[in-house]
Design a protein around this ligand. Sequence first.
Ligand code: PBE
Length: 302
Amino acid sequence: MNFFKKVTGLGLAGVLALGLAACGSDNASSNGDSKSDSESVGKSVNYKITGIDPGAGIMQATEEALKEYELDDWELVSGSGAAMTASLKKAYDKEKPIIITGWNPHWMFSKYDLKYLEDPKGVYGGAEEIHSIGRLGLKEDHPEAYKVLQQFKWEDKDMGAIMVEIQDGEKPEVAAQNWIDENAEKVASWTDGVNKVDGDAIKLVYVAWDSTIASTNVMKLVLEDLGYDVTILQVEAGPMWTAVADGSADALLAGWLPVTHQSYAEKFEGKFEDIGISMENVKIGLTVPTYMDIDSIEDLKN
Ligand code: PBE
């Protein structure tokens, strides 16, 4: 690893100083496998945080974090969820340092050993919730679909199972159907007391975040089973909220609140209905592989 060449370049005194600074961390060590001084964390990743699509709430939160923690030399690089996980894989396979914008539920936490950096200033909020957000009038126009969205509740491990299957190469709709087949009782609780319809059209908007791909595909199949003609439309985060707020889409399933999508919720206040919470205790934050010897966002400071 380049980074350790730099460390060894410090000479014996430098290495000793680092060793001392690292005392308390049991694997910071002599084998050159670990590191501890924070300035070098920045250098080792070129002061870059690997992000996702610019409209994502976690990108706004990260810009805020750079300000709050006075990480003036740092840059948040935007891309996409897929590009970020590709960069993560590349770094991880070589045990290279990388800092990404992570969230739960996500398959990356089951595929790799990762940890969130502590956020003592609370910029990323605490436990978030995923809300189902509907257009005004949805309840009157499509009461049966509305009721399903209201009763739609599941857990990290449910969504995770679908995400892992998709990541392993399965088509989203197949992975979603497999999960539905294995979780008939849970699905039955969402459709409890809901009447069938005859081909009514429903449009769901979503962003290509792995978690949202999973939930949107499941809901599409559940509503179709009730007789709805469901369209799912992939857009960016801003257009997703806009479409529900202006009524051109019926609902979105990825309303992350109170923090992640706070700016969207505020911008469109009064123009949407918060139908219900589908998942509790979700989380966003800066994420690193556990082999990196840093624990807090404060460790990124010079
Ligand atoms: N996420 C996944 C989104 C919400 C769902 C955490 C990447 C975001 O940051 O807006």
